[in-house]
Design a protein around this ligand. Structure first.
Ligand code: TPP
Length: 339
């Protein structure tokens, strides 16, 4: 079905129909001039916005519409997680190519509903326009955090340990598979193994629980999410904290399937972790005396936290990469739209 057959309001009705019910925090939801939302007293509101553009952030041959809906919110929920906050409300704006089918947009919203249900987030508004250009999805996410407790990029101190949650490099591996891997021997592996690679790229899980555990631990001194790759994110922490980070490449947590796929492609998975981006894990620093206890807390919640380096007292700000017995300056190269 084409949008012109049902018009803008018909489309909005269909898309809103895909979303789940709200919750008690929504005083006035979709349908009036603006939404009214309630936050608990003693909390601060955390706000972030991201734009996803077809041809830049995704292509129809690298992601299905339902996963695209999921990922569109995942990237913003990840920013909320990286502050130690909880996601609460979302606003979604779309610029839609005139010939796009309504069914594709309904699938997109089914993916939005999936992630909203998973992370207790409610879509409270948005805007729709037509375009002669590519599909553009703009998401604004509002989250909630105990007043004064937000985890920033700027608190790393000499002596702290550098950590990352989950595994890294998987999203770039998944994208590589979609672009070059379908004709390799990896394609003959079971559906679960190939599916895991694709999941890293198409349905990254924002680390909200990890962010909350880090906040509750009281031991996390800086935090960032991995959207552009570890090289870029670690440099941001180093710059804003005024410290040098020592990153040990051999400690990077790489998923087995990612290692195996990289070996088949004769590529180094460490490069994916450092420069690939879109893993949406959390990278940060933690007081050394609390690292073991926090690792155990993560394990108890079926999550993982891996120490990958440390903060040194050296005056020169930046990141040193230790790899194969050598030390290099790790430049903040990564995904850069204008680089
Ligand atoms: N090409 C396709 C088709 N899909 C992709 N996902 C990429 C390339 C890789 N890519 C696109 S955006 C991005 C990466 C690695 C990084 C994150 O995007 P950005 O807009 O910089 O996010 P922000 O840092 O603003 O959160």
């Amino acid at each position: 079905m084409k949008i012109r057959e049902i018009g803008e309001f018909g489309l909005i009705d269909k898309l809103v129909g895909r979303l789940g019910p709200g919750d008690e925090s929504v005083v006035v939801g979709i349908g009036d001039d603006a939404a009214v939302t309630a936050y608990a007293s003693g909390t601060h509101v955390v706000t972030t916005t991201d734009m996803l553009v077809e041809g830049v952030h995704f292509r129809t041959d690298t992601i299905d519409d339902r996963s695209l809906g999921y990922k569109s919110l995942a990237v913003s929920i990840s920013d909320i997680a990286a502050m130690g906050a909880r996601p609460r409300h979302a606003v979604i704006s779309l610029a839609i190519p005139v010939e796009m089918d309504v069914e594709r947009l309904e699938d997109l919203y089914a993916g939005v509903a999936d992630i909203c249900a998973e992370f207790a987030t409610v879509v409270v508004g948005g805007d729709i326009t037509k375009t002669s250009g590519p599909l553009v999805i703009s998401v604004t996410l509002l989250g909630e955090i105990e007043a004064g407790r937000a985890l920033l990029r700027s608190g790393a101190k000499p002596g702290d340990l550098l950590f990352v949650t989950g595994t890294v490099g998987g999203s770039a591996a998944g994208l590589d598979y979609l672009e070059h891997g379908r004709t390799t021997a990896f394609a003959t592996r079971g559906e679960a193994e190939v599916g895991q690679l694709l999941q890293f790229h198409q349905r990254p899980r924002p680390q909200v629980v990890a962010g909350r555990l880090l906040l509750e631990s009281g031991a996390c001194t800086s935090l960032n999410d991995v959207s552009d790759g570890l090289a870029s994110e670690c440099n941001e922490i180093a710059k804003l904290s005024g410290v040098r980070l020592e990153l040990d490449a051999e400690q990077l947590p790489l998923h087995d399937g990612v290692r195996q796929y990289a070996a088949l492609r004769e590529l180094d998975p460490v490069q994916w972790a450092l420069f690939g981006g879109e893993d949406y894990q959390l990278v940060g620093t933690i007081q050394p005396t609390e690292a073991q206890r926090t690792e155990a807390l993560f394990a108890k919640n079926s999550l993982s936290l891996t120490v990958i380096g440390r903060v040194t007292a050296e005056q020169s700000v930046g990141v040193t990469l230790h790899y194969a017995g050598q030390a290099h300056e790790l430049k903040p190269k990564g995904y850069n739209h204008f680089g």
